[in-house]
Design a protein around this ligand. Structure first.
Ligand code: NAP
Length: 253
């Protein structure tokens, strides 16, 4: 199947590791130009060097999504360098934790406002070029109780509600908005890699809660995100796709 992604221009935040990196690699393999950021200039340089190909280029610069001015300027710069944007994937998260009110603010600024500010910055450019696709990254922790009462779960739920609402608002401009909700995803240097060592009993329970007995891999999320973001998914709009190997247990009517 041709996804129709050749020569599309994509912006994905935080693609130097994990799910974001696999999305970037898959977009590059499909012939997209991809712009990304992280807080570390060295990591951004490395990904530009490692993932650019003769046919598809990675561009980027260091940027902290939590800093509004820096984030909005970074998006404008990426759009300018690519002469437009067709796909936007706000992938950065502040992560979990329930230790303080500070976490709630950080989670709101990074997960929620990082998504909202990014969408507001790219939408005028997408309108100008006749359309686009936005894929928001939520989590299975948004749709079923998970771990502890924490900002992460609540903000990820808000991301789904925001995305659904946005899909109704910008559909007229030929912009689709979808969400994905991955279950626990493991990769070297990621949070589950760490939890395997620090909380082995909980990690083992999470493994057992998967019908396959294992956690997911970043590339298993990336493939679905790339499809949803592509013209091949032209009639999928306002959906929230669970990508969890059957980890969540409710029936999805
Ligand atoms: N892993 C899972 O089990 C899982 C499950 C469900 C949903 N998700 C969601 O999937 C997305 C990716 O998670 P992940 O676990 O694959 O990756 P991750 O380990 O959280 O890394 C994400 C990337 O974001 C960058 N980053 C972090 N904070 C940033 C900031 N303030 N500004 C700019 N860049 C920043 C990191 O680079 P620097 O540190 O260099 O800045 C890194 O490149 C998140 O939205 C997460 O909530 C993950």
């Amino acid at each position: 199947m041709d996804l129709g992604l050749r020569e599309k221009r994509a912006i994905i935040t935080g693609a130097t590791q994990g799910i974001g990196r696999k999305i970037l690699e898959a977009l590059i393999a499909e012939g997209c130009t991809v712009a990304t950021c992280s807080r570390s200039p060295e990591s951004v340089e490395a990904i530009i060097e490692q993932c650019s190909t003769r046919k598809a280029e990675v561009i980027g610069a260091a940027c902290d999504v939590k800093d509004q001015e820096e984030y909005e300027a970074w998006i404008e710069d990426m759009v300018k360098q690519m002469d437009g944007v067709d796909i936007f994937i706000p992938n950065v998260s502040a992560g979990g934790g329930m230790d303080s009110e500070k976490n709630w603010w950080k989670s709101f600024e990074v997960d929620m406002l990082g998504t909202v500010r990014g969408c507001e910055a790219v939408i005028p450019h997408m309108k100008e070029s006749g359309g686009g696709a936005i894929t928001l990254i939520s989590s299975s922790a948004a749709v079923e109780t998970f771990a502890v009462p924490q900002a992460y779960n609540a903000m990820k739920a808000a991301v789904i509600t925001y995305g659904k609402q946005l899909s109704q608002f910008v559909g007229v401009d030929n912009i689709r908005v979808n969400m994905v909700s991955p279950g626990p995803i493991e990769f070297p240097g990621g949070s589950w890699d760490m939890l395997k060592d620090t909380m082995p009993k909980w990690y083992a329970k999470i493994q057992r809660d998967h019908p396959t007995g294992r956690l997911g891999k970043p590339e298993e999320v990336a493939k679905a995100v790339v499809f949803l973001s592509s013209p091949a998914a032209s009639w999928i709009n306002g959906a929230n796709l669970m990508i969890d190997g059957g980890f969540t247990k409710r029936v999805q009517f």
